[in-house]
Design a protein around this ligand. Structure first.
Ligand code: ZN
Ligand code: ZN
Ligand code: FE
Length: 759
């Protein structure tokens, strides 16, 4: 029976390069007896098919349904083509095209197949720390340009041996066109050095590293997106030494274990959390500690959680298989600097922290920190969205012009838009030093190149002193749009939930520059994408010492107490007033009265800090949000009542902190346990915000509430507020794709800028 032969061209866009897509297409074409060819293009993958019409239809259906695990298809287009009598189905070399819209895969953890080979003594890659295939391995961090082919990656300096080349050329092989394909004969290798750069003579650097870790040494290990500093997580001395050398006093350290079973020894792992841990993205997952546990006290002091992750490179697997419960795997930097990625740079910067260096000779082109997630209110919440997730875009509900959004100051990320896709960068860090600022500029250049975006608009924060603001202002021939911080927060949540306004937006964080020059942070906005107004906010209180009041919550405590009690606060029986020098407290009061270096703030983050200090948790913090975080963790008590709350209504509503502070102090005086006070404080906020939303709904008719800002990393507040608001028939939107903190703000900035300029 002869059937009519037809020809079609199938154009596929999305993450379809470097994820085993062409071999999948090749096998599918053979299965349906189709001839033709497939090629990577700069816009995705292009397939020419010839054969029976029905088979072509089945082929197209299978493309979407059976695609490789890492592929992400955004568009499939079908075109008629003339038949040109192909004799077979072939894979052709990449073509460069003028339109470059291809998506690049993030770095993904080593797959199960490769892991089995890694530990199979009969496999030729047994114990080889760089094993990978089309389904796994490095991507984003080794790519310098597109299209994604070996010469455009840091694998270009390794010439494949004949066996690897044969795998690479064989469409039936799992390593067919796996760009980083390598083996111990032809690929990168590891070596061990001491911190004077003397090579350690050993036949097995990985096993030697494990032995040194067991003896309590600190080792800098080159990974996928940068260096880690590793130590045995059960050795308290080693962890304390690491903290001291790294100048990282209290911030929790991430720990890595071989498998979920081992993590269960020290932390509770629910089903959804196990799925996150084992996902190809391999993020750090915040898990509730089990008590008692064998992990060193210094890993996460005064914290109810461990940040744990599973190995994601073959090298990690080889190390962790040497019988560790867990290894500390913290970023290879001195506090606040970007992580080291380059061997030379690592030796220069980390020699006084690490005793040894386990390095390798494959370059990292772009650093990418580990991502951090947690489960809260039934969904994944990003604390940091970086390795494993970047550069997967957030898909928008409409197309926007090419925009660069510069983000905020802390936890900076940038965002580039292209059509209906918004690409957030990996975590860049706090833009407070030159090294981080350089990384910020490098990331912008790199992303523009690999995404082929030429921004017409730059969006940036209203704060005049941010480095990102200065960067934007120095750009030439580009449309500049300045955006209010808390509006950007709300719009970032609207963007990932694909909603336009208007909405009631609860924008709660530590600090952001307000349109009146005050430090905002406890804002209820009525907002659409383009504009907003303040429906309610916390009444202003002074921040004596400005940014010093962020690092020293006792300053905020004095400010709130003085506001609530006037001079009578001196007579209160509070731990803070016993611990702090009366002269220092007096200076704060004078600063407030004389308005010296005491900017006004409406920040909810500062209120958390102040309450934490008043109830005796801490007067000083070592990292951003520490006091607020510890206040949340303390909220284990049962509270059967809440504090009085009050707002005054003029143009908008101004929430008074006075009655809440008075209630907290009253409870302290009555000997109520801080764990009850903390719980009561949380319940008060939840009830109060819900009441306020009801009042605003009555006047505005708005039923949709959007939650954003760093305060929503507080899971009691997030969970409680969603529950109460939904009970009151509000539709609630929160973050599940980008962080609620400033790490997500560039997405909001981009969308506001698009709306403002399309007016
Ligand atoms: Zn693999
Ligand atoms: Zn080889
Ligand atoms: Fe913020």
């Amino acid at each position: 029976m002869t059937e009519e032969c037809v020809a079609k061209r199938v154009e596929i866009n999305g993450i379809v390069q470097g994820v085993g897509f062409r071999p999948f297409v090749y096998q599918l074409a053979n299965q349906y007896n189709l001839k033709g060819e497939v090629a990577n293009t700069s816009s995705g993958v292009s397939i020419h098919l010839e054969g029976n019409r029905q088979n072509i239809e089945s082929f197209c259906r299978d493309i979407s349904e059976k695609k490789p695990p890492l592929a992400h298809i955004t568009e499939i287009d079908l075109f008629d083509e003339p038949v040109c009598d192909h004799q077979a189905f072939t894979i052709v070399d990449s073509r460069e095209q003028l339109v470059m819209t291809t998506l690049i895969s993030p770095d993904v953890s080593v797959c199960d197949d490769c892991r089995h080979e890694l530990f199979d003594i009969h496999d030729r890659r047994f114990g080889y720390p760089f094993i990978n295939c089309t389904n796994c391995g490095p991507r984003y961090t080794i790519i310098n340009d597109i299209p994604y082919d070996r010469p455009k990656t840091s694998m270009k300096s390794f010439k494949m041996c004949p066996i690897c080349q044969a795998e690479y050329d064989d469409p039936e092989n799992r390593r067919f066109h796996a760009q980083p394909n390598a083996c111990s004969d032809c690929g990168p290798h590891v070596s061990l050095f001491d911190n004077t750069r003397k090579k350690v003579a050993t036949p097995n650097p990985v096993a030697k590293t494990a032995a040194l870790l067991k003896q309590g040494y600190i080792i800098a290990i080159k990974g996928l997106g940068g260096f880690h500093l590793a130590a045995d997580a059960e050795n308290n001395d080693a962890v304390v030494r690491l903290r001291k050398r790294k100048h990282r006093e209290e911030k929790p350290l991430a720990i890595m274990s071989y498998d979920v079973e081992r993590i269960r020894k020290y932390a509770r792992v629910e089903q959804q959390e196990a799925e996150l841990l084992t996902s190809p993205q391999r993020p750090i997952v915040l898990l509730t500690k089990k008590e008692p546990n064998s992990i060193a006290q210094a890993v996460a002091p005064r914290n109810r959680y461990f940040g744990a992750l599973l190995p994601y490179t073959p090298l990690h697997y080889l190390l962790l298989s040497q019988d560790f419960t867990a290894l500390v795997m913290t970023s290879g930097n001195l506090s606040e600097e970007p992580i080291a990625i380059d061997n030379e740079d690592a030796f220069n910067r980390l020699s006084h922290i690490a005793d040894y260096f386990l390095i390798h000779n494959r370059d990292i082109y772009l650093r990418s920190d580990d991502s951090i997630v947690r489960k809260a209110a039934g969904a994944i919440r990003f604390v940091r969205r970086s390795r494993g997730y970047v550069p997967v875009p957030v898909f928008l509900n409409k197309k926007v012009p090419p925009i660069l959004a510069c983000g905020a100051e802390l936890k900076n990320t940038v965002c580039l838009t292209k059509g209906n896709q918004a690409f957030l960068s990996q975590h860049i860090g706090d833009l407070e030093n030159l090294a981080t600022y350089d990384f910020f500029k490098l990331t912008i250049r790199h992303m523009q190149r690999i995404l082929n975006v030429h921004p017409e608009i730059v969006a940036f924060d209203l704060h005049p002193d941010y480095l990102s603001t200065r960067f934007a202002e120095e750009m030439e021939s580009i449309n500049k749009i300045q955006i209010q911080h808390h509006h950007a927060h709300i719009v970032s949540a609207m963007a990932e939930n694909r909603i336009d306004g208007p909405v009631i937006g609860l924008s709660f964080d530590g600090t952001g520059y307000g349109t009146d020059g005050a430090m905002w942070g406890g804002e209820i906005l009525i907002a659409d994408i383009e504009k907003f107004y303040r429906a309610a906010h916390f009444a202003y209180v002074p921040m004596p010492g400005s940014t010093a009041a962020i690092k020293e919550p006792w300053r905020m405590a004095v400010s709130y107490l003085y506001d609530a009690f006037g001079d009578k606060f001196w007579g209160l029986d509070l731990p803070l007033l016993k611990e702090m020098d009366a002269i220092k407290v007096k200076i704060m009061v004078d600063m407030v009265n004389k308005k010296i270096n005491s900017p006004l703030t409406s920040s909810l983050g500062r209120l958390f800090d102040g309450v934490a200090s008043i109830i005796g948790i801490r007067n000083q913090v070592y990292f951003e949000g520490q006091a607020a975080m510890e206040l949340e963790m303390l909220a284990t008590g049962q509270a059967d009542s809440i504090y009085d709350y009050e707002w005054i209504t003029t143009e908008g509503h101004q929430i008074l902190t006075r009655p809440i502070i008075q209630g907290v102090v009253n409870d302290m005086n009555n000997g109520i346990h801080p764990s009850v006070i903390s719980r009561k404080f949380h319940q008060t906020l939840i009830q109060m915000f819900s009441d306020l939303c009801a009042v605003i709904r009555k006047k505005s008719g708005l039923k949709r509430v959007v939650l954003s800002g760093g305060v929503f990393q507080n899971s009691i507040l997030l969970t409680g507020l969603i529950k109460v608001l939904e009970k009151e028939n509000f539709k609630v939107f929160s973050h599940t794709q980008v962080p609620a903190n400033d790490g997500g703000i560039s997405l909001g900035q981009a969308l506001v800028a698009a709306a403002v300029t399309s007016r």
